[in-house]
Write a protein that binds this ligand. Sequence first.
Ligand SMILES: Nc1ncnc2c1ncn2[C@@H]1O[C@H](COP(=O)(O)OP(=O)(O)OP(=O)(O)O)[C@@H](O)[C@H]1O
Ligand SMILES: [Mg+2]
Length: 288
Amino acid sequence: MSDDTPSARAAEASHGAAADPLIRVTDLRKVFPAPRGTKGEDVVAVDGVSFDLMPDECLAIVGESGSGKTTVARMIVGLETVTAGTVTVLGQDRTSAPRSLRDRRVRAREVQYVFQDPYSSLNGRQRIGDVIMSNLKLHGAAGDVRAAAQGILDSVGLAQRFFDRYPRELSGGQRQRVAIARALAADPKVIVLDEAVAALDVSIQAQILNLLSDIKAERKVSYLFISHDLAVVNQISDRMIVMENGTVVDQGGTVELLANPTHPYTRSLRAAVPGPGWKPVRRERLAS
Ligand SMILES: Nc1ncnc2c1ncn2[C@@H]1O[C@H](COP(=O)(O)OP(=O)(O)OP(=O)(O)O)[C@@H](O)[C@H]1O
Ligand SMILES: [Mg+2]
C-alpha cells in the first residue's frame, strides 16, 4: 500500500526509490473492556486498521463521532495501549506504551499532538511564552530559548505582546495558534491534529488551516489530520482514510475520493458537506 500513495510516487520519482513511511500502523485493534462488575459489553473501538503516513503528507482520518479516530491517534502516540497490531514510527516499533519518562520524551519529539480544545490542554497558570519555552527546554533546545520561543510565536502569527499573556486572555483561534506553537517547539516529524479547528468559527478555521499549510511547506512536517468535517479535510489533506465503526471502509486521494465517493458511507458523509455560505446552525440541522 505504501508504494502506491501519491507522496510515495512523488518521492520515488525524485529520489529513485520509495520513501519510508513516517508512521505505519498494521492491523491495529483496540478493545475497551466493559467496566468491572457491570453487565456492559466490551467496546471494539478500532479493528484491523492499517495505513502509512508518508513524509511531507497530510493524511486525514475522517468518520463520524465514535468511529475510532481519536483512539487510533492515541495508540500511535502511546496515550492508549494497543490490544493487537503494530505501530511503527520512523522505523522504530512503538506498539508498546512508553516505559519511562525518557521514552515518552523521545516519542514526543517524533510525534506531537494538538487537541481540539486548547483551553483545557493549556495550563491556565502558565504564560504563553513560558508554554513555548518549557517545551523547547524539555526537548533539548540550546542557546537563547527566549528568542527561539519568540521566533516560534512569530511563525504562528502571534506578536511579541502575547508572550506574557495567559491563555484566558486569548481568543479560541489565538489559543489554537499557541497549541500549534507548543507542538512546533518539539521540532517533531509529525503533528497529530485531532479536531484541531472544530471549535473555531469558519473564518478563523480558514486562517488556522492556511497557517498549517504554510508551516507544513516551511518545516517539512507531516500531519495526521483528524476531522469529522469533509469541508475542512478538503482544504488541507492530500489523502484520506474513512473510518466507520472502528474500521477503514474507504481511502484514497482527497480530491479523487471527494469527487467520486464510491463507498456508501463516504457518499453519505459527502452529502452532509455544507454548500457555500453555510452557517453552523444549518450544519447542526443537517447533523440531527
Ligand atoms: N476510555 C474509553 N473507555 C471505553 N470506551 C471508549 C474509551 N474511549 C473511547 N471509547 C469508545 O471507543 C469508540 C471510539 O471512540 P473515539 O473517541 O476513538 O471516536 P472518535 O471517532 O474520535 O469520535 P469523535 O468524533 O466524537 O471524537 C467509541 O464507541 C467510544 O465510546
Ligand atoms: Mg475524537
